[in-house]
Design a protein around this ligand. Structure first.
Ligand code: SAH
Ligand code: SF4
Ligand code: F3S
Length: 460
């Protein structure tokens, strides 16, 4: 009998990947994914604990699900509710106490136990938040060809999980555990399977992905750079990306991969958090502002058309106006193509939560100033793209008839008028108009390139 499964992911891309793998693992038990919670037999919320707001969202969503579950029960239909992800890991028992609608709580390292937990949950509530000795990756089911095709031409593979860096603001080391890297052979096999089913772009994921040190095909520890070289050889894999990197782990082999592999896209998310050495130290980031600038330079030398994006935290305990200005200065010195910025949110159990906190008004004011700056830099980067030609990987039909949408090497959405047969293909597009974050353009004649590429424009 088929049963309907609704999975909702919050937080980072790793949760999206995990949600897919949970669905794949439940498929043999008859679960088919549905797009709404209304008719689902099993609802999984895959939660994020990174900031207070993210964690609070879970409880308000569970309130709505409780009503849905009660309504179904009065009609004689049983709905099972599971909470997964980083809130499950951080406050497992608390969730069961606060919300009677929850049947099952499962931490990120126990997803392979879901089928067995569901059976247990029929007799009483089930909870798994240990870090078991077996690794979930060896037990989670692989996706079917149909599931891969449904998810599109761009796919994720988690290659590394957990973090040993212990930045003083961050919950991840506590919710995801210590760093574990998957063996290269397993990752290559997963990538081959995806490519055979039509995937063209693979993003390697990890909380600290460039700290990857899994067993290589030769039995010795590999680096992310070496893994990239191997993945770039897989027929069909046209684009490679990775996220999220730590500035300290940008080793020579990875920089060489940026120089040598055309498939490795010239776009890198490299969170810096702050431009002030004092604050970087209080955050335990293990690098200075000068180290970061040097890393950016090394990457630019290897790949002159590379663009950077970043994450910033404003209002970290002890941040002065001077520290904050250092952050604004770094923003201008690097000229990030885009960035995310967050107000510092104290997380229970992390060292910075016990430091002296800044007033909310100061955080709000700094966030606004930083965001204004980010917008200016983003607009400047977009403006540079006008009139250039980009290779675009087409992903899906557009919003208007006759339109298809793809992404530039810099992840900007690119809608054009074009045939659906181009979906899954890469074709050059000349940008004729910029609207907010999208590049509008026309398909260019590949054999007769008329406009310069971005690489040519920056002199690469
Ligand atoms: N592993 C990545 C970050 C993962 S968390 C890294 O090393 O950078 C994603 C982003 O959330 C972080 O880059 C940081 O900017 C933000 N963040 C993490 N903890 C936070 C907190 N307590 N308050 C506000 N923002 C936070
Ligand atoms: Fe969190 Fe720091 Fe680890 Fe990133 S490197 S996940 S910010 S502890
Ligand atoms: Fe959130 Fe956990 Fe990812 S806290 S950002 S879902 S690792």
């Amino acid at each position: 009998m088929t049963k309907k499964l609704y999975v909702k992911s919050y937080g980072c891309q790793m949760n999206v990947y995990d949600s897919h793998r949970m669905a794949d693992t439940l498929a043999p038990a008859g679960f088919v994914e549905t797009a709404t919670p209304d008719d689902a037999d099993l609802i999984i919320l895959n939660t994020c604990n990174i900031r207070e707001k993210a964690a609070d969202k879970v409880y308000s969503e569970l309130g709505r699900i409780r009503e849905l579950k009660d309504a179904a029960a009065s009609g004689g239909r049983r709905v099972t509710v599971a909470v997964a992800g980083c809130v499950a890991q951080a406050e497992g028992k608390e969730i069961l106490r606060r919300e009677r609608a929850v049947d099952l709580v499962v931490g990120p390292q126990s997803y392979h136990r879901l089928p067995e937990m569901l059976e247990r949950a029929e007799r009483g509530r089930a909870i798994e938040t240990e870090f078991p000795v077996e690794t979930k990756f060896d037990h989670l089911a692989a996706p079917s060809r149909a599931a891969i095709a449904r998810r599109g031409v761009s796919a994720f593979i988690t290659v590394q999980e957990g973090c040993d860096k212990f930045c003083t603001f961050c919950v991840v080391p506590y919710t995801r555990g210590m760093e574990v890297s998957r063996p290269a052979a397993k990752i290559v096999a997963e990538a081959e399977r995806l490519a055979q089913a039509g995937v063209r772009e693979i993003t390697l994921l990890g909380q600290n992905v460039n700290g990857y040190h899994g067993e290589g095909v030769d039995g010795r520890a590999s680096t992310l750079g070496r893994l990239m070289h191997r993945l770039a050889e897989i027929p069909g894999v046209a684009r490679l990306r990775y996220s999220t990197s730590h500035p300290c782990d940008m080793d020579d082999s990875l920089i060489a991969a940026h120089r040598d592999l055309p498939a490795l896209m010239p776009q890198l998310h490299l969170p810096v958090q702050s431009g002030s050495d004092r604050i970087l130290e209080a955050m335990n980031r293990r690098h200075t502002r000068a180290d970061y600038l040097r890393t950016v330079e090394r990457l630019r030398t290897a790949r002159p058309d590379i663009a950077f994006s970043s994450d910033f935290i404003v209002g970290f305990p002890g941040e002065t106006e001077e520290d904050f200005r250092d952050t604004l200065r770094l923003m201008s010195e690097i000229g990030f193509a885009s960035a995310y910025s967050f107000k510092y949110s104290p997380r229970p159990g992390t060292p910075a939560a016990d430091m002296n906190q800044l007033p909310e008004a100061v955080k709000n004011e700094r966030l606004q100033r930083l965001q204004d700056d980010i917008e200016r830099h983003q607009a400047a980067f977009m403006a540079r793209c006008l009139g250039l030609t980009f290779d675009v990987l087409f992903e899906k039909p557009g919003r208007h008839p006759g339109q298809i949408v793809g992404r530039s090497p810099y992840l900007q959405p690119v809608p054009v008028v074009g045939p659906p047969s181009l979906i899954g293909e890469i074709a050059p597009v000349t940008v004729t108009e910029i609207r907010v974050n999208s590049l509008f353009g026309t398909l260019a004649d590949a054999s007769r390139q008329t406009a310069p590429s971005f690489a040519e424009a920056v002199g690469a």
